[in-house]
Design a binder for this molecule. Structure first.
Ligand code: IVH
Length: 692
């Protein structure tokens, strides 16, 4: 072999290509086939040779170079990646009966009595990723983020050796492969052991360790953590040669992606149930954590007919394993006051290990729940933890109750601000009436405002928000954006006199203060759904915020309607109920809310909502009515199709109707449409419009 110094540029290029191919082949043999074909020392010498050649000819570094596997540049923050096809989540069920219901719903929607095959896939407890390939080359990696926009983790994903950087054979020009990144139990224990020895903070579970490793700005750190992955679905693709989920897995394997060996095609509910029991037994001995099983309609043509609800597909569901439980004692019960003033009782527990996670608090939900379960301080209780939810107290072991156990008296006043706490008729929660004069509510509201799905200002953690509030530095969300200005007090940063001079505060310095301002300033433009969610209106989570954004398009339109209590449009939105509507309207009747919004608008701008998932269609924004029997699809399928295109489906014909779609044996509605001169469409005409 020639010495590196003697290589010509052409020779170097050829050799780099050869090394990249050899090492990729070896990675597949090692990880997928469990059949190493290079020895460790052969592999290492290729790696060294590759590094030496790249050091001499940096211009020849390939995008699929094995050197990327060891991490590249350090970033100051992650870039954003818009998902052309949203990354969805799944509905959960907890029993085989509910799975049966799901199967029935699928059949009813498709109006078929025929048997439907489901692919059953272990639900890996990691975090999802999307890997984009163009012309067979890996070009971009992203996290799920809020489902619409994720973070750019290209460099980090490259360090996972199971991810092919180049795929060969018959590959669509554009191909997004999605799946789960996870850390094996063995790697998790090894990492924690090392961290413990070094006196560092350990991870609670493999999922957190995987998330913490993948979301590293320094991809060298990602490379040091052993991450693994399984592929299981796709995003944008320019062609789709597979027709079933099963066939898709065959393609994945051919292209070199790891797929879970326990994926099983089930032909009946009985097979689904057997598979579930089998996996429950295997669960503990698997090398990675799973928290349930995902069922997907195998036939993709059927998946397409079934389509999607707001955030979840109709053609798939997650069957979760029963929650893990443990016994412990309640040391104390205290009250937490949330963003909306709700008083929530929380039990402080003797810390206990529940399925690998140390639990020291559990929610007791509300007053009635404590009474119903007859919970006292000092009691021995069964607690359980399911997925990401806050641990709960299942029941008291009354035989173990001690003589000195104390009943908990639920307070009638807010423990934080002392205001009356009242419970409305037929409401389970007691609420503090202090509003934003209650420090707990005000602080929680700011914490919510800067949280991940809202403004996502990483530099403002809960502790800092609390400190800043108590020291009168930030009393409401609008003041976040005037912080920098107030800090200078109009003078030089280091001069005496006015100004907050955060850099002189304990624990802060010039650099950390600058970073905070930078983090804040980057959020002076915000998307509409995030802004609506950030307001912290009762019952309005991010899915509902997205619905509002889609339907109103810009903030002014929403605000004007709400201030004038104009709720016609609001209640017509599928997914917004009467009680939500009341909460939204009430929020906009509060003077101090309007003032904060007004102050915010002096500081920031809200983007108009542009729907990237739906294509403009002649049906967008139209009100339509279906009548008669449809032949090519069921009524619910038709309705969903129309709604996906942004149409509103009404039950009766009026002047406001744009189209009436008439199936066989249509009756009075068709007649009324004729009288009102409304455009009447046949089922075929409707489908044609829908598919435009
Ligand atoms: S399919 C539309 N398949 O579960 C399809 N998800 O609750 C969406 N997950 O965000 C996902 N294993 O992180 C799918 N075999 C599997 C999965 C899986 C784990 C995770 C994934 C997703 C979450 C949904």
């Amino acid at each position: 072999m020639k010495r590196v110094e003697e290589l010509s540029k052409e020779e170097a290029a050829t050799e780099l290509k050869h090394i990249a191919e050899e090492m990729a082949k070896s990675d597949i043999a090692y990880y997928q086939d469990d059949d190493p074909y290079l020895t460790d020392s052969q592999y290492d010498s290729l790696k060294t040779r590759n590094q030496q050649i790249e050091a001499r000819f940096p211009e020849l570094i390939r995008s699929d170079s094995p050197s990327h596997r060891i991490g590249a540049t350090i970033k100051s923050e992650f870039g954003k990646v818009a998902h052309r096809f949203p990354m969805l989540s799944l509905g959960d069920v907890f029993s085989i009966d509910e799975v049966d219901d799901f199967v029935m719903t699928v059949k009813r929607f498709l109006n078929t009595a025929e048997n439907i095959d489901f692919m059953a896939e272990p639900k890996i407890d990691g975090l999802s990723f999307s890997a984009r390939y163009e012309h067979g080359r890996f070009v971009q990696g992203a996290t799920r983020g809020d489902g619409t926009t994720g973070e750019d983790i290209t460099a980090n994903l490259k360090t996972i050796r199971q991810l092919p950087l180049v795929i060969q054979g018959n590959v669509p020009d554009i191909l997004e492969i999605r799946g789960e990144v996870y850390m094996s139990k063995a790697d998790f224990f090894a990492l924690n052991k090392k961290y413990e020895a070094e006196g560092k903070k350990t991870f609670a579970n493999p999922r957190n360790a995987a998330a913490g490793s993948l979301r590293q700005l320094d991809s060298k750190i990602t490379a040091e953590r052993n991450l693994s992955l399984f592929a299981y679905t796709w995003g944008e693709v320019s062609q789709r040669p597979w027709h079933t989920q099963q066939e898709f897995f065959e393609y994945l394997k051919k292209w070199g992606f790891p797929t879970n060996p326990l994926n099983t095609l089930c032909h009946s509910l009985q097979e689904i149930e057997n598979n579930f029991k089998n996996l429950m037994e295997k669960r503990a001995s698997l090398p990675y954590d799973i928290d349930g099983i995902v069922y997907k309609v195998n036939d993709i043509a059927l998946q397409e007919r079934l389509g999607f609800l707001t955030r979840t597909p109709r053609w798939a569901i997650a069957h979760k394993f029963p929650a893990e439980q443990a016994l412990t004692t309640i040391k104390n019960i205290r009250i937490q006051v949330g963003r909306t003033g709700a008083l929530t009782p929380v039990a402080d527990l003797e810390p206990v290990n529940v399925g690998g996670v140390i639990v020291s608090h559990a929610t007791l939900h509300n007053e009635d729940e404590i009474k119903r379960k007859n919970i006292r301080i000092g009691d021995t209780v069964v607690i359980q933890r399911a997925g990401d939810v806050i641990p709960q107290v299942v029941q008291v072991i009354t035989e173990k109750r001690l003589a000195d156990s104390q009943e908990f008296i639920f307070p009638q006043t807010c423990p934080i601000c002392g205001a009356h706490a009242i419970r409305e008729e037929d409401e389970a929660v007691r609420r503090c009436t202090g509003g934003l004069t209650c420090p707990a509510q005000a602080i929680e509201r700011i914490i919510h405002f800067v949280s991940k799905d809202a403004f996502d200002i990483a530099g403002l953690g809960e502790k800092i928000v609390e400190d800043f509030y108590k020291e009168n530095i930030i009393k409401n969300p609008a003041e976040i954006f005037t912080l920098e200005e107030r800090n200078h007090g109009g003078e030089d940063l280091f001069s005496a006199g006015q100004g907050l001079h955060l850099e002189r505060k304990e624990g802060w310095g010039k650099k950390s203060v600058e970073n905070l301002f930078k983090a804040i300033n980057e959020k002076r433009t915000i998307s509409l759904p995030r802004f609506i969610y950030a307001l912290g209106i009762r019952q309005i989570g991010s899915a509902t915020a997205l619905l509002l954004a889609k339907n109103y398009g810009n903030f002014t339109a929403l605000q004007n309607d709400m201030i004038q209590k104009e709720t016609g449009k609001l209640v017509s939105i599928d997914g917004i109920g009467a009680s939500m509507a009341t909460d939204i309207v009430e929020f906009f009747q509060e003077e101090h809310n309007l003032k904060i919004i007004n102050d915010l608008l002096q500081q920031i701008s809200i983007e108009e909502y542009v729907d990237t998932t739906n294509y403009a269609s002649p049906l967008t924004g139209k009100t339509i009515v279906f009548t008669g029997t449809l032949e090519q699809m069921t009524r619910s399928e038709a309705k969903a199709k129309a709604q996906n295109l942004g149409a509103k489906v009404a039950g009766s014909v009026s002047k406001l109707t744009d189209f009436v779609i008439v199936g066989a044996d249509a009756g009075s509605k068709a007649k009324k449409a004729q009288e009102l001169g409304i455009t009447i469409l046949s089922e075929a005409e409707f489908l044609e419009m829908a598919n435009l």
